[in-house]
Design a protein around this ligand. Structure first.
Ligand code: PML
Ligand code: MG
Ligand code: MG
Ligand code: MG
Length: 250
């Protein structure tokens, strides 16, 4: 095998994203050549049958990934917390962010941002101390890409952690692990999918928290917290371009 392939999908309604279409769904895998057709088909199905609506624009992009460019990382360890109310879940998220090294001001600013975010397609980058937004990506945000689990390792991990076979958890842990590997202080995320109310704080751990919003609410998003001294250009380049495969040892 001379390498693997990155296959990425993004789908929108009302035209392409760059023409003002509303984001419906996205996804990606790092796969071998013989699996390319299967995973491209899976991603198309996902775009066509999504709770956010039916896509009328689907972009599939396939790039060859040379083996020597791949970084490997063990997944963040997972813990799950249930709150009695959305407010309490937000408080839990703020406490967890503070434990990871984010200031209270910035933690609250992150919750406030995601609670109201309908527009941003990727993540925003926030100063972990002041809470100021640091990227200049506007509604596009930063879209983390080129990461996936090693398939046998994912199967072992699921058995070991007794996690359900959830594509959302699979993708979110890969993303959160890459975000930590990039040198972030922490991450806050919950889904923009109306029916999906669980989110997480990433950092040294992956702390799942539920419910962070009401069922039916289409708001959601991601905040990456960094120190102000972080070189943003290299940081963003790593998140968007460097291939990372999640695997480890048991
Ligand atoms: C998303 O893919 O929309 C974000 C999901 C974040 C939470 C995943 C989990 O259940 O741990
Ligand atoms: Mg690529
Ligand atoms: Mg989504
Ligand atoms: Mg969003």
């Amino acid at each position: 095998m001379t390498g693997i392939y990155s296959v990425r999908m993004r789908a929108a309604q009302g035209g392409a994203h760059e023409e003002g279409g509303r984001h419906i769904s996205g996804g990606e895998r790092l796969v071998t050549e013989e699996d390319l057709d299967k995973f491209a088909q899976n991603l198309i199905d996902r775009a066509l049958h999504h709770s956010r609506g039916t896509a009328d624009f689907i972009n599939i992009r396939i790039d060859h990934v040379p083996l020597e460019t791949i970084h490997y990382a063990a997944p963040l360890s997972i813990e799950c917390k249930e709150a009695e109310s959305i407010n309490k879940a937000h408080q839990m998220a703020i406490q967890q962010l503070i434990q990871e090294g984010v200031s209270e001001t910035a933690a609250k600013a992150g919750v406030h941002f995601i609670k109201n975010d309908v527009a941003t397609r990727g993540a925003i980058i926030m100063d972990a101390d002041s809470g100021e937004r640091l990227d200049h990506r506007g509604d596009r945000g930063v879209r983390v890409s080129h990461m996936d689990w090693d398939e046998p390792f994912w199967n072992q991990w699921q058995m070991r952690t007794k996690s359900k076979d959830s594509l959302k958890i699979r993708e979110a842990i890969a993303l959160a692990t890459k975000v930590t590997l990039a040198g972030s202080v922490a991450e806050l995320c919950w889904s923009d999918d109306p029916e999906y109310v669980t989110g997480y704080v990433g950092g040294r751990k992956y702390s799942r928290i539920s419910p962070l919003k009401r069922v039916g609410d289409p708001r959601g998003g991601r905040v990456f917290y960094v120190r102000k001294s972080t070189g943003l250009e290299d940081y963003i380049h790593f998140l968007e371009q460097t291939p990372v495969i999640i695997r480890g040892e048991f």
